[in-house]
Write a new protein. Sequence first.
Length: 431
Amino acid sequence: MGKIVVVLGTQWGDEGKGKIVDLLTENASAVVRFQGGHNAGHTLVIDGEKTVLHLIPSGILRPGVECIIGNGVVLSPEALLQEIGMLEQRGVPVRERLRLSAACQLILPYHVALDVAREKARGNKAIGTTGRGIGPAYEDKISRRGLRLGDLFQPEAFAAKLREVLEYHNFMLEHYFRVAPVDYRQILDQALALKEMLEPMIIDVPHRLAELRRAGSDIMMEGAQGTLLDIDHGTYPFVTSSSTTAGGASTGSGLGPRYLDYILGITKAYTTRVGSGPFPTELFDEVGRHLGEKGNEFGATTGRQRRCGWFDAVVLRRAMDINSISGLCMTKLDVLDGLESVKICTGYELDGQVLNVPPVNTDDFARCTPVLETLPGWEASTFGLQCHNELPANARAYLRRIEEVLETPVDIISTGPDREQTMILRHPFQS
C-alpha cells in the first residue's frame, strides 16, 4: 500500500512548505491542496530558478504528478487562470495534470471589495489580511450563501444566486462601509466566460483520492499558512479563515482521517510572523534585523516584511498536539550561521506562572514573556550542506536540544532554497 503524507506549517506560516512538498513529491503520484486560497505563497527554487505558486499545488513542477485542489480551497478563477498561464509560458503542461473539486467555493470581486473595505474600517486594529477576498468567501460558505465552482455550469441558477448574494453584499458596501457597489452584470459575464476553460479540469475529488489510495499510490497533502493561523486553534482573531491543521486535510479533501499515515510539521530554525497578533519571542534589536535580512523575510504573496524572533518551542508544543506530528522538518538553519549565541523559548511567564503551552485567550497570549534558554552559536556556514555529520557541532547540538524539548525527531533539515540543499534523515514516504 502507498502512504499518505501531510505537510503543514507549525508556526505562523512562511515555514518553507513549498520547497519540501516539491522535494518529497518525487515519490508521490498526487499532491492535494486542501485549504486556503491564493493568499498562500509557496516558493520553489529548482536549479536556481524561482517559482512562486499561490493556488496550484507545489507538485506541478514534477512531471507526471497529479495536482488536485480540494473542496476546502476557496478558488479565484481569475487568479487560477493567471497562474496556469504563467506556468504554461514556461512549458509546464498544467491542464493535463491539474484537477479541481466542483465543491470549491468561488472568490468573486465582491469578496475582494469587502475584504479591503473591512481592513480599512478597522484602522489600527486591522488583522493584516492579504486583501484577496479569502475571509469573505469563507464567510459566505459558512452562512450557506456561497457560490461554488460547480454552480457555474447551471447558468440560470448561478445568475439568480449571484443576484441575491450581491444585493446583500452591495448593501453592506454602500450603506455601512460607504464605498462603491460591485456591478452584477460585469461579475456574471466574467464568471460565465471562464467556465469553459475550467470545466475539463473538474473531477469528483473524494472519489479520485479513494481510487489512488486503493491503487497503492503515494499521496501528498499540502497545507497552506500555519497552525497558529488556524481559524479555531490560532491566535484568534489574528488568524486566517480556514482549518490549517491536519484535521483540515481530511475535511478539505474528502480523504478519511484514518488514512493519514505521516504528519510532517515544517518549522523554521527561528520564528516569523506577518501582520498583527501576539508574538512573544519577537526581536526588535540587531539580531531581529539580521534574521530578517539574511532570511529574506518578505512575504511571497504580499511582499510585507515579516517579524522575526527566536525559536518558540511553546507554540510548537501546541502544534504537535493539535496535528499529531510524526516528525519535523527544520528550514533556514543557515540563517543562524555566524551568531555568537542562539536561543530557544522553552516556556512563557504569565502572571507569575510558567506555561509550557500558550494560553488560548489571545489577550493573555499577548502578555506572555518568553523563558529563553541560550546555546552557543556557530561560525561555520551550514548553507547547502547535505550530510548531517558536516554540520558544525553547535548546530547539531541546537537541533538535538529542540528534539529533546519537543520530544519529536527532526527528520529533514533544509540548508538553502534549492531542492538539493536538504538532508533527509527519515523519509516520510519510506519510514
